[in-house]
Design a binder for this molecule. Sequence first.
Ligand SMILES: [Zn+2]
Length: 211
Amino acid sequence: MTGKTHASVGLCGAAFLLVTNVDIKTSLIGLGFVVLGSYAPDADLKVSKAGRVISDFVYGIIVLVALYLILTYRFHYDVLGLIGNNKMPSELKLSGAALIVVSIILGRITGHRKYMHSLLGFFVMNLGVWLIVGNFVIWFGLGYALHMIIDLLNEKSESLLFPFHQGDICFSICNSTGIANLIISTVAYIGFLYKILSIYNIAYLQKIFIK
Ligand SMILES: [Zn+2]
């Protein structure tokens, strides 16, 4: 699946599971972490050979930068202040960053859908993110978990129990390119919009976004 598809599924999952429980400020920043978590497992892809992968990652970066700019300049949120406001000592934040960097390196060495798509990789990556951003890890973790679940649908197996091969699994229901991406992301975006509009009505969204 492409990163775009994973991001749409992550956003839909977050709308149903997380957005209802928090204020709009936390939600908007949280949605950024969902997108980040939805892309994260595929940091183990070899970028060099596939233009598609690069454009897909660029799309994710554009979404995140746009969200950051809107929250900072339109909503006047102190985004980095809110993310960093978790009383985690800076040594622990640094260890978190180290865990993430080591994980990505390990993911690239072991190969696509190995360490980064395993329960071990999920745990270490989320531990790293938690040490840096505190509770926003719930959003990141949801995006990451849904990515791993959606990847199970296609033909290349995931090493869920890495480093052991016993957990290599896939359901071979669909191809990772083409029509499956379109169907999954369309359904996910419709679900996302439906749920968001049932939580915040259109008049309210117009008021805060268009003013
Ligand atoms: Zn993947």
